[in-house]
Design a protein around this ligand. Structure first.
Ligand SMILES: [Zn+2]
Length: 121
């Protein structure tokens, strides 16, 4: 279900045809659409890593992972089915593939929602 923001982001992308994939990824990861979606996924999965089952209470940093990386399935970037709560250990564990460039593009502190409360909203 494409949101208004997403449509706006597409229009914006169309105006910048020479944007590189890394730039596009970086812009997406700082977009409000993604911040909102990420928060939704953390709430949906109750802040629990879907791979190993740990939470921030276990000392891991919880992130939201794209199962199909952005570099492969850009169209699934906001698809609930493609997003899972994931701890930093499990996320970095799969960085052998295309996810590595995403992490590089995103910067490490992009993916640190542990400072964000999952309670009380
Ligand atoms: Zn994990």
């Amino acid at each position: 279900m494409p949101s208004v923001e997403e449509a706006a982001a597409c229009a914006e992308a169309a105006r910048q045809p020479r944007e590189t994939r890394a730039q596009r990824t970086k812009r997406f990861l700082s977009s409000r659409a993604w911040q909102t979606k990420r928060y939704e996924i953390i709430r949906r999965d109750k802040g629990r890593c879907q791979y190993c089952g740990r939470t921030a209470a276990d000392g891991v940093t919880i992130q939201v992972d794209h199962r199909e990386p952005l570099s492969k399935r850009w169209d699934l970037r906001l698809a609930d089915d493609n997003l899972v709560c994931c701890c930093n250990d499990c996320n970095f564990g799969k960085l052998a593939g295309p996810a590595a460039e995403i992490a590089a593009a995103a910067g490490i502190d992009e993916a640190s929602p542990s400072s964000m409360s999952t309670e009380g909203v």
